[in-house]
Write a new protein. Structure first.
Length: 240
């Protein structure tokens, strides 16, 4: 895992999605709704809600949207029944792909995800076909601009907080944690730093480099999955 950077991938996906803010906010609102409905409206006692709220903050989602989703969840008695479903498959060039969805119609979602794979050089697999190639990790990013902290000092703070690994580049510090330690590490670090990203994620054990037509196909596959209202997250083993 050491040496695997998510930052370039995160930034690339954000830039590509700038024109789709409304759709992204809609997806996050659905996740906030489900988290608040299942665990209550207080992020201090509902870690799932806290993580989705962090996600909303990273996406620059307005606070009004967040509060509206929480209010809807706590006041609704007959809301939609969503379920979480994960799909696994391969993209062009053998890139492993995990697709996390939140859906109220499993058949619709399965069909749409399968079509996205089939039409863009990929194929869906069985449950477990690629998930073993990923590790569940906590991920925190701290941008280095205007930050007067050396790599050694940051490493000391990360270890003190309980983090597992620190990756550095001129732009960002990237911290990885065990999933069970993520909340504690995040809370420790945000007392002193502004966190650009904080989430639980899936980190590939190995990566695949794509070029030319296969890379274009893969990017088109990601675009189609991002456009799907039911898709919450997409994790891949592509090398950025």
């Amino acid at each position: 895992m050491s040496g695997h950077s998510k930052w370039n991938n995160i930034q690339g996906r954000k830039n590509a999605q700038d024109a789709k803010k409304g759709k992204i906010f809609q997806k996050i609102s659905r996740e906030i709704y489900m988290a608040a409905r299942n665990g209550g409206p207080d992020p201090d006692t509902n870690s799932s809600l806290r993580m989705v709220m962090d996600k909303a903050k990273s996406a620059n989602m307005p606070n009004d949207n967040v509060e509206r989703a929480i209010k809807k969840a706590t006041s609704s008695t007959d809301g939609a029944n969503y379920e979480e479903v994960t799909y696994e498959g391969y993209g062009p060039g053998g890139v492993a792909v995990l697709v996390e969805t939140l859906t109220d119609n499993r058949n619709r979602t399965a069909t749409d995800v399968r079509v996205a794979f089939d039409r863009n050089g990929g194929s869906l697999g069985e449950t477990g076909s690629v998930s073993y190639m990923f590790d569940r990790k906590g991920y925190i990013a701290i941008e280095r601009e205007n930050l007067d902290v050396s790599e050694d000092d940051m490493l000391e703070k990360v270890l003190e907080a309980g983090g597992e690994d620190l990756l550095t580049s001129p732009e960002v510090f990237e911290i990885y944690t065990a999933p069970e330690d993520f909340t504690e590490v995040r809370d420790f670090l945000e007392k002193e730093f502004n966190l650009a990203q904080a989430e639980l994620t899936m980190v590939p054990q190995t990566t695949v480099l794509l070029e030319g037509k296969k890379k274009e196909q893969f990017e088109h596959l990601l675009d189609k999955l991002d456009e799907d209202d039911d898709v919450s997250e997409v994790y891949t083993s592509i090398e950025v």
